[in-house]
Each structure stands twice: as C-alpha cells, then as structure tokens.
Design a protein. Sequence first.
Length: 457
Amino acid sequence: MTGLSVGFLALIAPLVARAQAVANLPPAISEKIDKIATNQLHAGRTPGLAIGVVEDGRLVYARGFGFANLLPHVGMAPDTEFYAGGLTAEFTAAAVLLLAQDGKLKLDDPLSKYLLGFRLGATITIAQLLTQTSGLPVVQTSDRAHSISFDDLLATIDKMKASSAPGTVYANNPLNYLIAGAIVERVSGVTLSDYLEQHIFIPLVMDHTFLAGDSGISPSHATGYTRGGSSFVVAPMWDSTWLAGDAGLVSTIDDLAKWDIEMPVLLRVDAIRAIFTPGVSSGPTQYGMGWIIDKRGGKQFVWSNGEISGYRAMNALLPSEHIGVVVFSNSDSFHGGVTVPEEVGARVLDLLVPPTTARLDNAIVSRAKEWLGRLASRRVDRAELTPGFSSYLTDELIARENFASLGTLQSIVPISSTAESNGDTLYVFLVRYPRAQYHYKFEIAPDGKIDGLSLTA
C-alpha cells in the first residue's frame, strides 16, 4: 500500500445537436452513447458536453448535447469550440518532435542551451520536460487570472529546490509544458501558436483549433461554468500566460478526430514511438510525451485529460483496435461533483470494445467504491480480507494513510482487469477526489476475498 499524498435542470431537454456528415456507428450503439450523455444532463452534472468516436480512420460519431451557453440558450454541437486544457501537451510535444525531426534541436539538449542563465535547467533535458520527469519544483498559486511574464516565472523557479533528480520520477507539473512551449518559440523564431498553426493545424485542416490568447476565440465557443450552489455560474477565465504550451489549446470534436487519425502523417515512426514510451518504468503512472500509457483489457490504452477553470476534456486511444474517443464538458469540478469526461469515455469504450476477461461489472465497481468509504471511515470488515492482506492492513496503517483527508470521492472509472499468476484478479480504476486523481488497484482472490488494494498518484 503506497502513501497517499440544480437550479438549471428545468432548462435541460434532451437537446442533441445535429451530427456532421460522418460514417455512422450502428444505431444501437449510437443510441446508448446518446443515453450516457443525456443522463449526465438530466442529473444536472454539466450544462453541456460533446462526444466524438473515431474508428478505423473515420469519425463515426460526433454529437453535442445540452448547452454551450445557458444565457442565451445556445445548443452544443460537434464544431463548438472548447478549451481543452491538458490535451495541449499532445501538441506541444509534437511541436518539439517536429523541430527535432528537422534537426533544429535534440531531445537530450539541456534546457540551459535555450534558457540562458536558468540554473536548474543545466541538468534537465528537453526529453525530461516532455516525459514530465524534469524534477522541477511546483509553483503554488491560486491566482491564475493575472498575467505573469515567462522570465519572472523562470526567476521564481530558479530560487527553489528541485523536487527530484532529473529523469527519475514522473510528476504532473504545468511548468514542464510551459517551458517546452517557450523552447519551441526560441528555436523556431515564431510564437508557439504560429508554429502549431503552420506545422499541424493547417496541414491537418484543423480550422477551429488554436492557442488561446493569440488568435482570440469564436463567439460560438462553449462558455465555461463552475458550481455556484445548486446551479452553474460562469467560471472565471485563467490568463493565457498560465495556459500556453500546457493548457492553452482551443479545439473541437471534429478537429481532434483529425489529429487522432492523422498524427502519424506528420511524425516519423521514431517520434510516435517516443510519444508512447514511458519516460520512467517505475511508479504507478506511466507517462510518455503528452499521453498517459495505460492498459485496458490487456491491450495498450493511451489517453490524456485536462481541466482548467470552466472546462474538462479527455482524449483516449485504443491503438490495436483503431478506436479513439474524445469527450468535452463545459463545467469544472473545482466546486462540486460534475461530469467526468474520463468516466464518460470509459463507458463509451465499453460499448465499442466490450470487456472480454474479468469484466468489471457493477458489483465489482460497487465493492471497490465501498472499500474506499470503509477505509475513510476506518470501518474495516476483516472477514472480507485474505489472512495475509489483513495482517498487512493494520489499524495503525489505515490511520496513518488517512483516506478521509482526500475528501469526497467524485468518480471511479474502470480502467482494466488482469488475471494474475497466483489466481487473483487485479482490477484497476481511475478515481478522482476534489484535489487530485489516483490509480486505484483492487485485487480479489479466487475465493472472493480482498487480497490487496492501493491508491497511488
């Protein structure tokens, strides 16, 4: 066990925007996806959301649900523009790799080669930025509405102590991709927005994709909301200087489908391999370059997600199945439970590729969720544990881990299930609490007793 660090319901009709001309999923599957989305609306979990499905190189499902704007009522559509948050890292990483392909930089170059005078950058490589293994300290700030100059940010970082040795530990840190974006600008001689437009967005005909702050945003974009009591209120916008190469992307379902399909057209095989190879093999989270490297049903599952004020998003691929799913929601989770795109995406993937082994049925999900509650309240029924795990999971250990400090569980998303060599079945979930998300491993012995569980960042 590892340490753990509605008022607008009346507005909601099953408003489903017309899908653009795409190849179609079987009607029965489309109807089930529609129901997943409309259930989110009726539960008052988001003003609106959009879902896209890519299969065998085609956009086979693209629909918007609910509202892009509550006042006035503007329906959601597949071409509604969203802030995509952390999905931006996919594109910043690609920009760096394109420059490497052109011989304009090397991934093992130290940051100090491009950021003169940056002390911490002398031992950190560009590759370690992209794999988020730089060891850079985390800058704590609750005020992202005000601008900060990049040079001032670097100066602040340089006065701090590194959190870990470069190349040793994965840690999700916005600084990695903010700095990577700045390096793209210094090497290319143009803004990151211009570089992405010239080398990715225009070639792939991504006509509604850009970085916030440089190109402006269409009046038809989805307004971002946050919880305000029992209803949703317009969320305060973050300044674009805090977004940039880490979280500044604005895009649509249609455009991200083009990216998922055509990425290999732009990048060489070795670059694609680098993107989907974890930077460090140890630790619970395997991260490549802009993507988390996971498994689902025993097969590779790569995905990324993001959340900024007013918006949440996810993009997921099952490469061996030639399937991708994109989900956008125009509500953040900073002030209460809302739609979780990762959860919606997981349910859509279950429809497209039904689990074939050790299915994570509702009983397993409910039991796994129940035990998170038991650990938080310290009400452990040891009759449900194997003797070995019961001996390990002492009352002192449970008290020390203090699960209650995580707050209220917001979502639990099945990721995979694996038959272990000892006969156990290992279930893996993605769970989200108010301040962080974790991988949750829940292991069941052949006799049905619990033989292990862990929650890791």
